[in-house]
Design a protein around this ligand. Structure first.
Ligand code: GN1
Ligand code: MG
Length: 367
């Protein structure tokens, strides 16, 4: 059989890796291609369509991982397990461009650590919350101005709504007719979608250094202790709102089903999971948050879920050009799943607020 190798020898060679090493595909992400080489190195081909400036990602990543390394050493931690380590090419570069113009980077795999799509217990989600809260707290003194804005308007929800409207107007795949109900759902909520960005514009919410893709699967858990060891996927570390990081974790972690579950009866927004995450996140990051930030964490959950729902819907209309899909309706199924959660979050807004104040160790302002 003459099957195409998963990676060209040229890429392995560039990073000084032996061509005989075993190469395996790591699945999970929707954007980059990820390979585990020899069980020790993680090689990633950066999606150049999504990320027009891979070199900016790597500058951010080098800066942030060096900063984190120092913080972890200062507190007596183990930077080899608690932080990503970027491997340079033999020429000392953080990126290698192959003959076909593909951009590659290499990091060390963290052994005996695993990521999960969904939590298997509230304790696990609490750990993920602690890890992301800690990540934000450690980066609180990082020179945010030195970070490249990797994807402009990444969590600018009104801009995302505009992209959905543009996709609907262009309707290149003639799919608009099938998504009338979803379009109506999305457009009826545009005003609420602008809440966080308006508070930012009015100077009522501070910009912080945030991860911006805080789904459960971006935390590695130690196989032995079951504790969160390391936050991964630093592609979108940029200035952002705490509510983005908190909210994206809730959308992905406090649902009882995967993001593309099609049986919506199984997609439940679980307040116990919400509480667990809030406790973990606020135990690590809560001290530094303002009252308005605390007040808007539940809105972050709603906004991130709504936003990725409209992004999936827009990509469906555009012909699935952004997110990797496994079958033709995949993005539409994802959008429906996320909107199902949005609806449930709307019903639980009050309770979410009470849980946040309690987890922050404060009396609920409204009680
Ligand atoms: C993408 O990198 P990955 O596949 O974890 C996306 C996120 C979405 C997520 C939905 C750069 O994340 O914004 O929330 O899919 N990343 C980018 O699962 O667009
Ligand atoms: Mg990502």
């Amino acid at each position: 059989m003459n099957s195409k190798p998963l990676i060209s020898g040229q890429v392995l060679e560039a990073f000084g890796l032996a061509p005989s090493l075993d190469v395996r595909v790591m699945t999970g992400g929707h954007i980059n291609d990820t390979l585990l080489v020899g069980g020790v190195y993680v090689l990633q081909k950066i999606n150049h369509f999504v990320f027009p400036h891979p070199e900016h990602i790597m500058e951010n990543m080098l800066g942030v991982t060096r900063f984190l390394e120092q913080k972890i050493v200062e507190r007596g931690g183990n930077p080899e397990r608690e932080n990503l380590k970027v491997m340079l090419t033999k020429e000392g570069q953080a990126l290698f461009i192959d003959q076909e113009g593909g951009y590659w980077r290499c990091t060390m795999n963290i052994p005996q650590a695993t990521s999960f799509e969904t939590p298997d217990s509230p304790a696990m989600l609490q750990e993920a919350g602690r890890a992301f809260g800690d990540f934000q707290a450690m980066l609180s003194h990082y020179p945010a101005g030195s970070l490249h804005e990797i994807i402009p308007d990444f969590h600018n929800t009104p801009a995302r709504i505009q992209q959905l409207k543009d996709a609907a107007a262009a309707n290149p795949k003639d799919r608009l007719g099938e998504v009338q109900a979803e379009m109506e759902f999305a457009l009826a909520r545009q005003e609420h979608g602008a809440l966080l960005m308006n508070l930012l514009k009015d100077g009522k919410l501070p910009l912080r250094v945030t991860h911006n893709d805080t789904k459960m699967s971006n935390v590695l858990f130690d196989d032995n202790t079951r504790k969160a060891v390391c936050v991964i996927d630093l592609d979108t570390v940029m200035p952002g709102l705490t509510a983005f990081d908190f909210g994206d974790s809730i959308r992905a972690g406090a649902s009882t089903a995967a993001e593309d579950e099609t049986d919506l009866g199984k997609v439940k927004f679980d307040l116990e999971l919400f509480k667990a995450y809030a406790q973990g996140f606020l135990s690590a990051a809560g001290g530094a948050l303002t009252e308005t930030e605390l007040e808007t964490l539940p809105d972050g959950a709603w906004t991130m879920t709504y936003e990725v729902g409209i992004r999936f819907l827009a990509d469906y209309l555009n012909g699935d050009v952004y997110f990797r899909t496994a079958y033709p309706q995949h993005n539409l199924d994802r959008a429906r799943n996320q909107f199902c959660l949005v609806r449930q979050m709307e019903e639980r807004r009050e309770e979410m607020g009470r849980i946040v104040w309690k987890a922050a160790g404060k009396a609920d302002k409204r009680s």
